[in-house]
Design a protein around this ligand. Structure first.
Ligand SMILES: [Mn+2]
Length: 381
Protein backbone atom coordinates (compact mmCIF):
# COMPACT_ATOMS: atom_id res chain seq x y z
CA UNK A 1 0.00 0.00 0.00
CA UNK A 2 1.26 3.41 -0.96
CA UNK A 3 0.62 6.31 1.43
CA UNK A 4 1.50 9.99 1.14
CA UNK A 5 2.18 11.32 4.63
CA UNK A 6 2.01 15.08 5.20
CA UNK A 7 1.44 17.30 8.23
CA UNK A 8 1.43 20.92 9.40
CA UNK A 9 -0.26 22.55 6.44
CA UNK A 10 -1.15 25.66 8.51
CA UNK A 11 -3.59 26.83 5.82
CA UNK A 12 -4.22 30.57 6.22
CA UNK A 13 -0.85 31.30 7.86
CA UNK A 14 0.26 34.95 7.87
CA UNK A 15 3.98 35.75 8.10
CA UNK A 16 5.62 39.17 8.25
CA UNK A 17 2.31 40.76 7.23
CA UNK A 18 2.04 38.52 4.14
CA UNK A 19 -0.66 35.93 3.50
CA UNK A 20 0.84 32.60 2.45
CA UNK A 21 -2.43 31.39 0.94
CA UNK A 22 -1.21 31.66 -2.68
CA UNK A 23 1.91 29.71 -1.75
CA UNK A 24 -0.21 27.07 -0.08
CA UNK A 25 -2.57 26.76 -3.03
CA UNK A 26 0.41 26.50 -5.39
CA UNK A 27 1.89 23.76 -3.22
CA UNK A 28 -1.44 21.89 -3.12
CA UNK A 29 -1.68 21.99 -6.92
CA UNK A 30 1.77 20.39 -6.96
CA UNK A 31 0.60 17.80 -4.45
CA UNK A 32 -2.37 16.95 -6.69
CA UNK A 33 0.05 16.48 -9.61
CA UNK A 34 2.17 14.15 -7.48
CA UNK A 35 -0.94 12.18 -6.48
CA UNK A 36 -1.94 11.86 -10.13
CA UNK A 37 1.50 10.43 -10.84
CA UNK A 38 1.98 8.21 -7.78
CA UNK A 39 -1.62 7.00 -7.40
CA UNK A 40 -1.39 6.58 -3.60
CA UNK A 41 -3.97 4.55 -1.69
CA UNK A 42 -4.31 7.30 0.93
CA UNK A 43 -3.22 10.81 1.85
CA UNK A 44 -2.51 11.63 5.51
CA UNK A 45 -2.63 15.13 7.03
CA UNK A 46 -1.28 14.60 10.56
CA UNK A 47 -2.63 17.72 12.25
CA UNK A 48 -2.38 21.52 12.03
CA UNK A 49 -4.51 21.54 8.92
CA UNK A 50 -5.34 25.21 9.51
CA UNK A 51 -3.16 27.78 11.20
CA UNK A 52 -5.92 29.11 13.43
CA UNK A 53 -8.89 27.65 15.29
CA UNK A 54 -11.15 29.99 13.28
CA UNK A 55 -9.72 29.96 9.74
CA UNK A 56 -10.65 32.65 7.24
CA UNK A 57 -13.21 31.97 4.52
CA UNK A 58 -10.39 32.02 1.95
CA UNK A 59 -8.43 29.42 3.91
CA UNK A 60 -11.46 27.12 4.10
CA UNK A 61 -11.94 27.61 0.35
CA UNK A 62 -8.36 26.53 -0.43
CA UNK A 63 -8.74 23.34 1.62
CA UNK A 64 -12.19 22.63 0.19
CA UNK A 65 -10.97 22.90 -3.40
CA UNK A 66 -8.02 20.64 -2.71
CA UNK A 67 -10.07 17.96 -0.93
CA UNK A 68 -12.73 17.94 -3.65
CA UNK A 69 -10.11 17.34 -6.36
CA UNK A 70 -8.18 14.76 -4.35
CA UNK A 71 -11.21 12.74 -3.34
CA UNK A 72 -13.73 13.24 -6.17
CA UNK A 73 -11.38 13.48 -9.17
CA UNK A 74 -8.40 11.38 -8.07
CA UNK A 75 -10.39 9.06 -5.76
CA UNK A 76 -7.70 9.19 -3.07
CA UNK A 77 -9.08 8.85 0.48
CA UNK A 78 -7.85 11.58 2.85
CA UNK A 79 -7.17 10.97 6.54
CA UNK A 80 -6.98 14.16 8.56
CA UNK A 81 -6.57 14.87 12.28
CA UNK A 82 -6.67 18.00 14.41
CA UNK A 83 -3.37 19.47 15.58
CA UNK A 84 -2.93 21.97 18.40
CA UNK A 85 -3.65 24.84 15.99
CA UNK A 86 -7.00 23.42 14.85
CA UNK A 87 -10.35 23.74 16.53
CA UNK A 88 -11.34 20.14 17.27
CA UNK A 89 -15.02 20.97 16.96
CA UNK A 90 -14.84 22.96 13.73
CA UNK A 91 -12.53 20.47 12.01
CA UNK A 92 -14.99 17.70 12.96
CA UNK A 93 -17.85 19.38 11.10
CA UNK A 94 -19.60 16.86 8.86
CA UNK A 95 -17.08 14.12 9.68
CA UNK A 96 -19.71 11.35 9.96
CA UNK A 97 -21.29 12.42 6.65
CA UNK A 98 -18.00 12.86 4.81
CA UNK A 99 -16.38 9.54 5.68
CA UNK A 100 -18.57 7.67 3.19
CA UNK A 101 -17.18 9.98 0.49
CA UNK A 102 -13.56 9.28 1.48
CA UNK A 103 -12.77 12.16 3.82
CA UNK A 104 -11.92 10.79 7.25
CA UNK A 105 -11.57 13.44 9.96
CA UNK A 106 -10.67 13.08 13.64
CA UNK A 107 -11.07 16.43 15.35
CA UNK A 108 -12.41 15.60 18.79
CA UNK A 109 -10.70 13.17 21.08
CA UNK A 110 -12.92 10.12 21.47
CA UNK A 111 -13.14 7.08 23.72
CA UNK A 112 -13.61 5.18 20.45
CA UNK A 113 -10.92 6.60 18.16
CA UNK A 114 -11.68 6.77 14.49
CA UNK A 115 -10.53 3.66 12.67
CA UNK A 116 -10.46 3.59 8.88
CA UNK A 117 -9.74 0.36 7.04
CA UNK A 118 -8.48 0.56 3.47
CA UNK A 119 -7.80 -2.44 1.25
CA UNK A 120 -5.10 -3.19 -1.28
CA UNK A 121 -4.19 -6.41 -3.05
CA UNK A 122 -2.38 -7.60 0.10
CA UNK A 123 -5.39 -7.12 2.35
CA UNK A 124 -6.58 -4.56 4.88
CA UNK A 125 -4.62 -1.68 6.45
CA UNK A 126 -6.17 -0.15 9.57
CA UNK A 127 -5.58 3.56 10.12
CA UNK A 128 -6.11 4.95 13.62
CA UNK A 129 -6.66 8.69 13.74
CA UNK A 130 -5.57 10.30 17.01
CA UNK A 131 -5.98 14.08 17.24
CA UNK A 132 -3.61 16.22 19.30
CA UNK A 133 -3.67 15.12 22.95
CA UNK A 134 -2.82 17.31 25.91
CA UNK A 135 -3.59 16.59 29.57
CA UNK A 136 -6.69 18.84 29.55
CA UNK A 137 -8.24 17.05 26.58
CA UNK A 138 -7.38 13.62 27.99
CA UNK A 139 -8.79 14.51 31.40
CA UNK A 140 -12.11 15.63 29.95
CA UNK A 141 -12.51 12.16 28.49
CA UNK A 142 -10.66 10.00 31.02
CA UNK A 143 -10.83 11.97 34.30
CA UNK A 144 -9.87 9.15 36.61
CA UNK A 145 -7.01 9.17 37.41
CA UNK A 146 -6.12 12.59 35.99
CA UNK A 147 -3.20 12.75 33.56
CA UNK A 148 -0.54 15.22 34.62
CA UNK A 149 1.96 14.78 31.81
CA UNK A 150 1.63 14.65 28.04
CA UNK A 151 2.90 11.08 28.20
CA UNK A 152 0.10 10.00 30.53
CA UNK A 153 -2.44 11.86 28.41
CA UNK A 154 -1.19 10.31 25.18
CA UNK A 155 -1.11 6.80 26.63
CA UNK A 156 -4.63 7.25 27.98
CA UNK A 157 -5.98 8.50 24.66
CA UNK A 158 -4.16 5.79 22.70
CA UNK A 159 -5.15 2.93 25.00
CA UNK A 160 -8.51 2.23 23.27
CA UNK A 161 -6.58 1.90 20.00
CA UNK A 162 -3.98 -0.46 21.42
CA UNK A 163 -6.77 -2.49 23.05
CA UNK A 164 -8.64 -3.12 19.81
CA UNK A 165 -5.78 -3.25 17.28
CA UNK A 166 -4.92 -6.66 15.86
CA UNK A 167 -1.16 -6.47 15.44
CA UNK A 168 -1.06 -9.54 13.20
CA UNK A 169 -2.64 -7.26 10.59
CA UNK A 170 -1.29 -3.95 9.24
CA UNK A 171 -1.87 -0.86 11.38
CA UNK A 172 -0.98 2.79 10.94
CA UNK A 173 -1.23 5.34 13.76
CA UNK A 174 -1.69 9.03 12.92
CA UNK A 175 -0.81 11.44 15.75
CA UNK A 176 0.34 14.97 16.55
CA UNK A 177 2.75 16.01 19.30
CA UNK A 178 6.35 16.22 20.45
CA UNK A 179 7.76 12.72 20.22
CA UNK A 180 11.29 11.81 21.20
CA UNK A 181 13.50 9.76 18.96
CA UNK A 182 13.46 6.02 19.56
CA UNK A 183 16.84 4.44 18.86
CA UNK A 184 17.54 1.08 17.24
CA UNK A 185 18.16 -0.74 20.51
CA UNK A 186 14.87 0.51 21.91
CA UNK A 187 16.43 3.19 24.09
CA UNK A 188 14.64 6.48 23.86
CA UNK A 189 16.45 9.77 23.37
CA UNK A 190 14.52 11.13 26.36
CA UNK A 191 16.57 8.91 28.64
CA UNK A 192 19.75 10.60 27.51
CA UNK A 193 18.66 14.18 27.81
CA UNK A 194 16.21 16.14 29.87
CA UNK A 195 13.24 16.61 27.59
CA UNK A 196 10.45 19.14 27.67
CA UNK A 197 7.35 18.50 29.74
CA UNK A 198 5.35 17.84 26.59
CA UNK A 199 7.70 15.10 25.34
CA UNK A 200 6.06 11.76 24.54
CA UNK A 201 7.91 8.48 24.14
CA UNK A 202 6.43 6.21 21.46
CA UNK A 203 8.53 3.13 22.29
CA UNK A 204 5.55 1.11 23.42
CA UNK A 205 3.85 1.74 20.05
CA UNK A 206 6.51 0.01 17.97
CA UNK A 207 4.06 -2.70 16.91
CA UNK A 208 2.32 -0.28 14.57
CA UNK A 209 3.57 -0.85 11.04
CA UNK A 210 3.92 2.90 10.60
CA UNK A 211 3.37 5.98 12.75
CA UNK A 212 2.63 9.19 10.82
CA UNK A 213 3.42 12.12 13.10
CA UNK A 214 2.87 15.85 12.83
CA UNK A 215 3.83 18.95 14.86
CA UNK A 216 7.60 19.26 14.37
CA UNK A 217 8.19 21.18 11.15
CA UNK A 218 11.61 19.67 10.40
CA UNK A 219 11.11 16.30 8.69
CA UNK A 220 12.80 13.47 10.58
CA UNK A 221 12.51 9.87 11.61
CA UNK A 222 11.44 9.10 15.17
CA UNK A 223 12.27 5.43 14.57
CA UNK A 224 12.68 3.34 11.43
CA UNK A 225 8.88 3.05 11.14
CA UNK A 226 7.85 6.33 12.80
CA UNK A 227 8.30 9.70 11.16
CA UNK A 228 7.58 13.40 11.07
CA UNK A 229 6.87 14.36 7.46
CA UNK A 230 7.57 18.00 8.36
CA UNK A 231 5.56 21.04 7.35
CA UNK A 232 4.64 21.62 3.70
CA UNK A 233 6.34 25.07 3.63
CA UNK A 234 8.84 27.07 5.70
CA UNK A 235 6.71 28.93 8.21
CA UNK A 236 9.13 31.15 10.15
CA UNK A 237 12.59 32.70 9.72
CA UNK A 238 13.89 29.98 12.04
CA UNK A 239 12.85 27.47 9.40
CA UNK A 240 14.83 29.11 6.58
CA UNK A 241 17.17 26.14 6.28
CA UNK A 242 14.47 23.45 6.24
CA UNK A 243 13.86 21.56 3.04
CA UNK A 244 10.15 20.71 3.08
CA UNK A 245 8.88 17.63 1.25
CA UNK A 246 6.13 15.05 1.56
CA UNK A 247 6.80 11.50 2.69
CA UNK A 248 5.93 8.51 0.53
CA UNK A 249 5.51 5.31 2.50
CA UNK A 250 5.05 1.85 1.05
CA UNK A 251 3.72 -0.90 3.27
CA UNK A 252 4.41 -4.50 2.37
CA UNK A 253 2.69 -7.67 3.57
CA UNK A 254 3.61 -6.52 7.07
CA UNK A 255 5.68 -3.48 7.98
CA UNK A 256 7.26 -0.72 5.95
CA UNK A 257 8.79 -1.57 2.57
CA UNK A 258 10.22 1.87 1.92
CA UNK A 259 10.07 5.46 3.11
CA UNK A 260 10.93 8.16 0.59
CA UNK A 261 10.63 11.89 0.13
CA UNK A 262 9.12 13.84 -2.74
CA UNK A 263 9.88 17.51 -3.31
CA UNK A 264 7.04 19.69 -4.49
CA UNK A 265 7.78 22.96 -6.23
CA UNK A 266 7.03 26.15 -4.34
CA UNK A 267 6.07 29.68 -5.33
CA UNK A 268 8.53 31.55 -3.08
CA UNK A 269 11.46 30.36 -1.04
CA UNK A 270 11.98 31.90 2.42
CA UNK A 271 15.49 33.02 3.27
CA UNK A 272 17.61 35.15 5.54
CA UNK A 273 19.96 37.57 3.76
CA UNK A 274 22.80 38.86 5.90
CA UNK A 275 25.24 41.56 4.90
CA UNK A 276 25.81 45.25 4.42
CA UNK A 277 22.95 47.23 2.94
CA UNK A 278 24.90 48.26 -0.15
CA UNK A 279 25.93 44.71 -0.89
CA UNK A 280 22.35 43.40 -0.56
CA UNK A 281 21.15 46.19 -2.85
CA UNK A 282 23.82 45.49 -5.47
CA UNK A 283 21.91 42.72 -7.23
CA UNK A 284 20.62 43.42 -10.73
CA UNK A 285 17.23 41.71 -10.83
CA UNK A 286 14.58 41.93 -8.12
CA UNK A 287 14.35 38.83 -5.92
CA UNK A 288 10.76 37.81 -5.25
CA UNK A 289 11.48 35.27 -2.50
CA UNK A 290 10.38 35.92 1.06
CA UNK A 291 13.32 37.66 2.69
CA UNK A 292 14.34 38.48 6.24
CA UNK A 293 17.24 40.92 5.98
CA UNK A 294 19.89 41.18 8.69
CA UNK A 295 21.98 44.29 8.08
CA UNK A 296 25.58 44.29 9.22
CA UNK A 297 25.98 48.06 8.83
CA UNK A 298 27.17 50.00 11.87
CA UNK A 299 25.04 53.01 11.06
CA UNK A 300 21.28 52.89 10.84
CA UNK A 301 20.17 53.09 7.20
CA UNK A 302 17.47 55.65 6.51
CA UNK A 303 14.25 54.01 5.19
CA UNK A 304 16.12 50.73 4.84
CA UNK A 305 13.02 48.53 4.55
CA UNK A 306 11.28 50.74 1.99
CA UNK A 307 14.43 50.99 -0.10
CA UNK A 308 15.09 47.26 0.10
CA UNK A 309 11.59 46.53 -1.19
CA UNK A 310 12.66 47.91 -4.58
CA UNK A 311 14.93 44.88 -4.95
CA UNK A 312 13.07 42.56 -2.56
CA UNK A 313 9.33 43.19 -2.98
CA UNK A 314 8.55 40.37 -0.52
CA UNK A 315 10.78 41.60 2.29
CA UNK A 316 9.15 40.23 5.44
CA UNK A 317 11.42 41.66 8.09
CA UNK A 318 14.57 43.68 8.64
CA UNK A 319 16.88 43.83 11.62
CA UNK A 320 20.43 44.86 12.41
CA UNK A 321 23.11 42.43 13.43
CA UNK A 322 24.19 43.62 16.86
CA UNK A 323 26.88 41.18 17.91
CA UNK A 324 28.16 43.27 20.78
CA UNK A 325 24.83 44.32 22.19
CA UNK A 326 25.19 42.27 25.35
CA UNK A 327 28.38 44.21 26.15
CA UNK A 328 26.32 47.31 26.74
CA UNK A 329 23.85 45.65 29.07
CA UNK A 330 20.66 47.05 30.45
CA UNK A 331 20.58 50.15 32.55
CA UNK A 332 18.07 50.97 35.20
CA UNK A 333 16.77 54.50 35.60
CA UNK A 334 18.54 54.79 38.94
CA UNK A 335 21.90 53.87 37.40
CA UNK A 336 21.34 56.42 34.65
CA UNK A 337 20.53 59.21 37.13
CA UNK A 338 23.89 58.74 38.80
CA UNK A 339 25.76 59.21 35.54
CA UNK A 340 27.40 62.25 34.10
CA UNK A 341 26.30 63.52 30.68
CA UNK A 342 29.45 62.31 28.85
CA UNK A 343 28.94 58.89 30.45
CA UNK A 344 25.33 58.74 29.28
CA UNK A 345 26.42 59.85 25.83
CA UNK A 346 29.10 57.19 25.72
CA UNK A 347 26.66 54.44 26.73
CA UNK A 348 24.15 55.61 24.13
CA UNK A 349 26.81 55.79 21.42
CA UNK A 350 28.08 52.30 22.21
CA UNK A 351 24.57 50.88 22.38
CA UNK A 352 23.63 52.24 18.96
CA UNK A 353 26.93 51.56 17.20
CA UNK A 354 28.06 48.39 18.94
CA UNK A 355 31.57 49.78 19.20
CA UNK A 356 33.59 51.76 21.71
CA UNK A 357 33.52 55.49 21.55
CA UNK A 358 36.81 57.10 20.49
CA UNK A 359 38.81 59.11 23.05
CA UNK A 360 38.61 62.10 20.73
CA UNK A 361 34.81 62.07 20.54
CA UNK A 362 34.45 61.55 24.26
CA UNK A 363 36.84 64.46 24.92
CA UNK A 364 34.73 66.65 22.64
CA UNK A 365 31.59 65.77 24.61
CA UNK A 366 33.36 66.46 27.88
CA UNK A 367 34.42 69.79 26.50
CA UNK A 368 30.86 70.73 25.50
CA UNK A 369 29.19 69.60 28.73
CA UNK A 370 31.95 70.68 31.07
CA UNK A 371 31.67 67.30 32.82
CA UNK A 372 33.98 64.31 32.75
CA UNK A 373 33.27 60.62 32.34
CA UNK A 374 35.05 58.24 34.73
CA UNK A 375 37.57 56.13 32.84
CA UNK A 376 36.16 52.86 34.19
CA UNK A 377 32.51 52.10 33.57
CA UNK A 378 30.75 51.57 36.87
CA UNK A 379 27.70 49.39 37.46
CA UNK A 380 27.29 48.31 33.87
CA UNK A 381 27.45 44.62 33.07
MN1 LIG B 1 1.28 21.52 15.89
Amino acid sequence: MKIIHTADWHIGKMLGGFSLLNDQEYFLDGLLALMREERPDALIIAGDVYDRPVPSGEAVGVLNRFLSKAILDLKVPVLMTAGNHDSRERLSFGSELLSSAGLHIAGRLSAFPRKVTLMDQLGPVHFYLLPFVDPAAANSLFPDPASKTYQEAFDKAASPIVNVADFSERNVLICHGTFCRVKQDGVSAAEESVGGADLVDLRQYRDFDYIAAGHIHRKQNIASNMRYSGSILKYSPNEHNLSPSVTLVELGQKGVLSIGERKISILHDLKILKGQFDRLMAREEPDSDYVFAVLEDKELILNAAARMREKYPNLMGLSYDRKNEERVGTLTARENREKSLPELFRDFYEHVNSEEISAKLLAAIENITGETAPTEKGGVK
